[in-house]
Design a protein. Structure first.
Ligand code: SAM
Length: 175
């Protein structure tokens, strides 16, 4: 992904500098208070220590800086999760369990040019809010993004994502 982005920047420069770094030690890679905005899209649940990554993000933001962070929604991305289906395969309800477990889940990705496994931290929402507030952020907004009616018309197979929350998004200010 990053090589692709770097290639595009080389071909059509926009003045973007790409750096590969560990989110947990961003504060060692960049000077404190050196960014106005930080974003993290569906990545922090894959980082072994999300709390540490949030603290590092807070450190590299200038006071008054903003962060937008999305994660897999802990209420649906649980250690046990299964869609109950009718005889025709229609999704009836999402069955979840073990929401309050703090654990690492392993996802096996198939159907790519190679197969791989990624770890994902599962923790209840109360942990995420504690990590965010503990890092020193103020919570400005919280959203649970889902497909619009228009998106559903174009992609009816996204229907399940309009019934249960798959994503959680935090709008944060560095105090
Ligand atoms: C589910 S993917 C999301 C990728 C992309 N942001 C998107 O939305 O399509 C999770 C990403 O987290 C990255 N990641 C995992 N651990 C990380 C860490 N310690 N520091 C920085 N990135 C990490 C992975 O390399 C991967 O690109």
């Amino acid at each position: 992904m990053i090589e692709h982005a770097m290639r595009i920047e080389r071909d059509a420069p926009l003045g973007i500098a790409y750096t590969v770094a560990d989110a947990q030690t961003l504060d060692r890679t960049f000077a404190p208070a050196s960014f106005d905005v930080a974003t993290s899209c569906l990545a922090l649940q894959d980082v072994p220590d999300p709390e540490r990554a949030l603290r590092a993000m807070h450190t590299v933001l200038r006071p008054g800086g903003r962060a937008v962070v999305s994660i897999a929604h802990p209420c649906s991305d649980t250690p046990y999760r299964e869609w109950l289906k009718d005889a025709g395969g229609r999704k009836l309800a999402l069955s979840i369990d073990r929401y309050f477990e703090r654990t690492v889940m392993r996802y096996r990705w198939t159907g790519w040019s190679y197969e791989f496994t990624t770890p994902a931290v599962h923790a209840p929402l109360e942990d995420w809010f504690r990590w965010i507030l503990g890092a020193g952020f103020a919570l400005c907004t919280f959203a649970e993004p889902r497909p619009s009616a228009e998106a559903l018309r174009e992609h009816p197979d996204l229907e399940d994502a309009a019934r249960v929350p798959y994503f959680a998004m935090f709008g944060l200010a560095r105090s």
